[in-house]
Design a protein around this ligand. Structure first.
Ligand code: ZN
Length: 338
């Protein structure tokens, strides 16, 4: 099969790889309908995360089941399925508490920017649609695999809901979908922090009521201006840098909640500032599996359209250009078609 491999920062090639096969009786093999490049793939692409040799890329997937292992009972060949970037048994105590991305058996799958993918723990990981969906819904389902589930978790962790003012730090796909999530969860006011016009436009489409273009102290001051000097009730942090994390904490009112879903890079929290901020912090790798049934239902009935975050649609063969476009911020998110 063909698949994208990162050899070094800035060097992604689509190559012939061995077809994945069932390795354990709980595995499934799926044929990707679509896959994509994640904002987090840019960390190794930019040399921030170190690569240990050539690495098959991709952890977002939606596709049709080709084959299942002998112990798989809930998933059948021919079904269209979506799963999360962490496989989970969905039965252990941590999974049952809704934290499948910390499942005691969690693992991969990795290498989803390819024609085929082996998904471990298929029964616990994959969620099937009632029927194979029409082509125009595929990008939405693909978004559910990571960015939608992650934005949704950010909003849930920040306790977005009726009567709340929610601010979102970060205008990547996750931040934009956190806006969508806040809207669906009933937030009264949604402030998107973005300096990029096309992203502001999508944020408004997804339910943002206000846009703040300032960053750092000025950004925090703008949020305070918009909230009677108090700060937002709920802030989603969807970047993962020291600056964005502190911006999120300082934009939150005392007693409010920060939902942090940007993968943290060199973030360290100053204890005294945290102590006096009086905010709740909750986040981490999103337990996407918790939300998949609900989100896939909303996509199937066309209540939400998270697929709009894909503003570049390329054949898998052109993955290198997909990375470049996201790195240069010419694209919010690249969809790849095997
Ligand atoms: Zn588990």
């Amino acid at each position: 099969m063909r698949g994208a491999v990162m050899h070094a920062p800035g060097d992604v090639r689509v190559e012939n790889l061995e077809d994945p096969r069932i390795e354990r009786p709980t595995d499934a093999i799926i044929r990707l309908s679509a896959t994509c490049v994640c904002g987090s793939d840019l960390w190794p692409y930019r040399g921030v995360d170190k690569l240990e040799g050539p690495t098959p890329m991709g952890h977002e997937y939606a596709g049709v089941v080709e084959e299942v292992g002998s112990e798989v009972t809930g998933i059948k060949p021919g079904q269209f399925v979506v799963g999360s970037f962490f496989a989970s048994d969905n039965t252990c105590e941590i999974c049952r508490a809704g934290y499948q991305s910390s499942c005691i058996h969690r693992e991969g799958p990795r290498g989803a920017q390819a024609e085929y993918l082996r998904v471990p723990l298929a029964d616990g990981t994959l969620v099937a649609t009632p029927e194979v969906p029409p082509a125009d819904l595929v990008p939405g389902y693909l978004a559910a695999s990571d960015v939608l589930g992650t934005g949704w978790f950010g909003a849930v962790a920040a306790e977005a809901g009726p009567g709340k003012t929610v601010a979102v730090v970060g205008d990547g796909a996750v931040g934009l979908l956190a806006v969508l999530a806040a809207k669906q969860l009933g937030a009264e006011r949604i402030i998107a922090m973005s300096r990029h016009e096309p992203r502001q436009k999508l944020a408004r489409e997804y339910g943002a009521t206000d846009i703040v273009t300032e960053r750092g102290d000025e950004g925090i001051a703008r949020i305070k201006d918009l909230t009677d000097g108090l700060g937002a009730h709920s802030v989603v942090e969807a970047v993962g840098t020291q600056e964005s994390m502190m911006q999120a904490i300082h934009s939150t009112r005392p007693g409010g909640h920060v939902g942090y879903v940007g993968v943290a890079h060199e973030v360290s929290l100053p204890g005294m500032e945290l102590f006096f901020s009086h905010v709740h912090l909750h986040g981490g790798p999103a337990p996407v599996r918790r939300f998949l049934p609900e989100l896939m239902g909303l996509i199937g009935e066309r209540t939400i359209d998270p697929g709009k975050v894909f503003d570049l649609d390329l054949p898998l063969q052109e993955a290198a250009e997909g990375y470049r476009a996201m790195d240069e911020r010419r694209a919010i998110k690249t969809l790849l078609r095997p």
